[in-house]
Design a binder for this molecule. Structure first.
Ligand code: GRF
Length: 220
């Protein structure tokens, strides 16, 4: 199976990055991480990249005169590293058309709510305060808006009566770690098709695997 080249953008602890690394290392995700970029110096995710021998660097947004200049630097680094799919994993910067225009349909984001409910920041507190009974997480393709792109996969969790922002965040995060690698694997298998707002998942085409050919095909 061909491996998809990833560039992972982070700002914080990088637990989603870790989950992607773990899935790759255990052979459950046909991808390779070409570069990890943090806009925040000292982000915990950088140490994770270091531990796993992954190329990692800081591109501090404060060093750039405009959002566009910052995004252009990201695009240049991603292209230099032959990145095919850009993974936003807790990347806390608003991006411009410079980034989305360079990777149309090739940027994914994870958001800790059931979009289109509760987009934006401070999600867990807003969710608890609103009093909804269920929340969850969403992996979506990135378009020009904030958390508005076509949805690839979602997981639902209950919101319990005694939840605060932290307990809810922890429950959601566990599911994030499951669905993000899954979304990337579907991409790697060439099975995601964007049609307007909708993402369809094509059946697995076993003939794509050059390692074997079985006819009639196996069920799984
Ligand atoms: C996750 O909840 C993600 O959904 C949100 O920021 C958090 C990042 O966590 N966008 P981590 O850095 O992957 O641990």
């Amino acid at each position: 199976m061909k491996k998809v080249n990833l560039g992972v953008l982070i700002s914080g602890g990088g637990s989603n990055l870790q989950s992607i690394i773990d899935h790759i290392e255990s052979g459950r995700l046909d991808a390779r991480i070409k570069v990890v970029i943090s806009n925040a110096p000292g982000a915990g995710g950088l140490a994770r990249a270091e531990r796993h021998g992954l190329k990692h660097l800081v591109v501090n947004h404060r060093d750039f005169p405009s959002r566009e200049d910052f995004d252009q630097r990201l695009v240049d680094i991603l292209n230099e590293n032959e990145v095919e799919l850009v993974i936003l994993a807790g990347f806390m910067r608003l991006f411009t058309g410079v980034l989305t225009g360079a990777f149309p349909g090739r940027i994914m984001n994870i958001h800790p709510a059931l979009l289109p409910a509760f987009p934006g920041a401070h999600v867990w507190q807003t969710t608890v305060d609103y009093g909804v009974r269920f929340s969850g997480c969403t992996v979506h393709f990135v378009d020009q808006g904030t958390d508005t792109g076509p949805i690839i996969i979602q997981a639902v969790v209950p919101v319990l009566g005694d939840d605060d922002a932290d307990t809810l965040a922890a429950r959601i995060l566990k599911q994030e770690h499951r669905i993000y690698p899954r979304a990337i694997q579907l991409y790697a298998e060439g099975r995601l098709k964007i049609e307007g707002r909708r993402v369809t998942v094509q059946p697995l085409d076993k003939s794509l695997d050059p390692d074997f050919l079985i006819n009639p095909p196996l069920d799984n």
